[in-house]
Ligand binder design. Structure first.
Ligand SMILES: C[S@@+](CC[C@H](N)C(=O)[O-])C[C@H]1O[C@@H](n2cnc3c(N)ncnc32)[C@H](O)[C@@H]1O
Length: 212
């Protein structure tokens, strides 16, 4: 379990090169500054930003093969979590950040530009309006309750798409709200940053009904 900022930084450093690590430091500094003009993350979490946000996002990479090809779609990226962190750590992967709020879109565009993330794209619109394309990974942190999340995102998934859904302390409970058949397509992985939190991981079979 990751406890404290030094451990969180070491965890992240093991998973990326020094150039990416430097960019993550710049991202954290910019996030601290931007948070005084828009509420991107809860203020108290800025003191533990590496554990609460950066390592929390970076841990998703442990559940995806290095050889992954195709788009990583991050729903409701907001502050840049996990999408910007993933794009910094895997700059060759195409990462699409979906965000609908104007100020957050501007923030994400600024980070994409300042941190030089050529394969990162900001889809500044509601997810409902995004053109359907098959993707390799779908992530969503604090985006929507699970049934709605799957309902909105199923059209981007194929039988090979991996869903990575950090769900905090409600992971197991949320899973139970899905039809039994769909529940079996996911499992709860222990979060490495919070011993009471879980990450829902799975693949949605073609034609699966996500509503009970
Ligand atoms: C609670 S925030 C979480 C942000 C970030 N993922 C994090 O963990 O800090 C949810 C974000 O999803 C965005 N959002 C909500 N519904 C959306 C939709 N239908 N399409 C695109 N973005 C949406 C909101 O604007 C907000 O920035």
């Amino acid at each position: 379990m990751i406890r404290g900022e030094d451990t969180a930084k070491a965890f992240v450093a093991e998973r990326c090169d020094t150039e990416a690590f430097d960019k993550l430091e710049r991202f954290v500094a910019a996030l601290r500054e931007e948070n005084s003009s828009q509420n991107l993350v809860a203020n108290p979490t800025l003191d533990i930003a590496w554990q609460r946000h950066i390592a929390d996002s970076a841990q998703l990479l442990d559940h995806v093969s290095h050889e992954t090809k195709g788009i990583w779609l991050d729903l409701g990226t907001g502050a840049g979590l996990p999408g910007v962190v993933i794009s910094i750590m895997r700059p060759k992967w195409p990462v699409v950040l979906v965000e609908s709020r104007r100020k957050r879109i501007e923030w994400l565009e600024r980070m994409r530009h300042e941190l030089m993330l050529p394969k990162c794209e900001v889809a500044g619109m509601r997810l409902e309006l995004l053109e359907t394309v098959p993707v390799a990974v779908i992530s969503a942190r604090a985006f929507a309750p699970l049934p709605r999340l799957l309902d909105l995102s199923a059209r981007f998934s194929t039988a090979k798409t991996t869903f990575l859904l950090p769900k905090g302390r409600s992971a197991a409970q949320e899973l139970e709200t899905l039809p039994k058949k769909v529940q079996k397509m996911f499992h709860v992985e222990q979060s490495q940053t919070d011993d009471e939190a879980g990450i829902l991981i799975g693949k949605l079979a073609k034609g699966a009904r996500t509503k009970t």
